[in-house]
Design a protein around this ligand. Structure first.
Ligand code: NDP
Ligand code: GDP
Length: 326
């Protein structure tokens, strides 16, 4: 039985990845940081019905000793570093913490792997945000990075260190450069989930407005379920490499909203309000990925369209909101 350690197991991708690896017969260990809300920390794993099957390990990306202890005790075959301060907008308010967790935290995990589990295969959650002010209209593994937020700068550092540990110490370490991916358990602060939750609340009469910032921004959105499969595929390759994971289609926030409103027969123009407070100090206007390498080398393809994704999210939020209001 293979053993996998997932940092960030309580997050969106951690939950979907845990479910995938359990289905494949892995023993799945999840690093969990101490929280005063221990009773609800596994909500996303619970949503996917796998909360009783993951073995939780106490640890924090900022505490190297906890990571070393985890590697020593678990002796994982695969390590997926998904933990991060992952919300771009917060990274301007908490730039130092973001650097410590999202940047240096990844190096703490790499160090723990190098010291105590050097045979383990390592996955780093890199991000399309690293392309920022895009240097090519379609971004691939060879497109230069131009990060536009403290989050993206921290991810560039973690990405570079993952390459460096591969080249310096021969670790089987791969970066997945994932474009935005969503699901019903996406954090509520991200735009897709904010929209699907808002649409559900408007439909059920709990609010009338949805306040958004820059709706002209364009993103290449996929489904987390498809994207965690790509993470696993990367670690099954003989040779560690970096891969772009994307759909190859980009859509404005406005059009993504339209899909959500239309699904419940509401008119976007009756409810959408632009709030300048939600604009960012520096924006990533457009992201569009080229997943050709993942397609040819991994045989990976996305299977869920943006329309299917948004409809699934709206339905899930309608169920959640109905439960809340009894
Ligand atoms: P989430 O924000 O849902 O999850 C982040 C996870 O990191 C949570 O489990 C969180 O724990 C954990 N975490 C945060 N700080 C620490 C810490 N100091 N020590 C240990 N754990 C910590 O992110 P996603 O699942 O959406 O994303 C997974 C990874 O992929 C992240 O690194 C993200 O930056 C990256 N990424 C995501 C993309 C996306 O579109 N979703 C696109 C590209 C990259 P807690 O529950 O306690 O807060
Ligand atoms: P990001 O690509 O990781 O920053 O993912 P987000 O889902 O947070 O944001 C995607 C895009 O939506 C960005 O260009 C945001 O500026 C834009 N956006 C517009 N309004 C909002 C909003 O109210 N919340 C969020 N999170 N993003 C918004």
């Amino acid at each position: 039985m293979k053993r996998a350690l997932i940092t960030g197991v309580t997050g969106q991708d951690g939950a979907y990845l845990a479910a995938l690896l359990l289905e494949k017969g892995y023993e799945v260990f999840g690093l969990v940081r101490r929280s005063s809300s221990a009773d609800v920390i596994d909500a996303k794993l619970r949503w996917l019905g796998v909360h009783n099957d993951v073995r939780f390990v106490d640890g924090n990306l900022l505490d190297l000793s906890s990571l070393i202890r985890a590697m020593r005790d678990i002796k994982p075959d695969e390590v997926y570093n998904l933990a991060a301060q992952s919300f771009v907008k917060s990274s301007w308010m908490q730039p130092i913490l973001t650097g410590q967790v999202t940047g240096l935290g990844a190096v703490n995990v790499l160090e723990a792997v190098r010291l105590d589990a050097p045979q383990a295969r390592f996955y780093q959650a890199s991000s399309s945000e690293m392309y920022g002010l895009i240097q090519e209209p379609v971004q691939s593994e060879t497109t230069p990075f131009y990060p536009r937020s403290p989050y993206a700068v921290a991810k560039v550092y973690a990405h570079g260190m993952t390459v460096n540990y591969r080249e310096s110490f021969g670790l089987h370490a791969s970066n997945g450069i994932l474009f935005n991916h969503e699901s019903p358990v996406r954090g509520i602060e991200f735009v897709t989930r904010k929209v699907t939750d808002g649409v559900a609340r408007i439909k059920l009469g709990l609010q009338t407005e949805l306040r958004l910032g820059n709706i002209d921004a364009k993103r290449d959105w996929g489904h987390s379920k498809d994207y965690v499969r790509a993470m696993w595929m990367m670690l099954q390759q003989d040779k560690p490499e970096d891969y772009v994971i994307a759909t190859g289609r980009t859509t404005t926030v406005r059009d993504m909203c339209r899909i959500a409103f239309a699904h419940v027969d509401l008119n976007i123009d009756d409810h959408l309000v632009i709030d300048p407070d939600l604009f960012r100090p520096a924006e990533v206007d457009v992201l569009l990925g080229n997943p050709a390498k993942a397609r040819s080398k991994l045989g990976w393809e996305p299977t869920i369209t943006l329309e299917q994704l948004i409809q699934e999210m709206v339905e899930a939020d309608l169920r959640r909101v109905r439960q809340q209001i009894g």
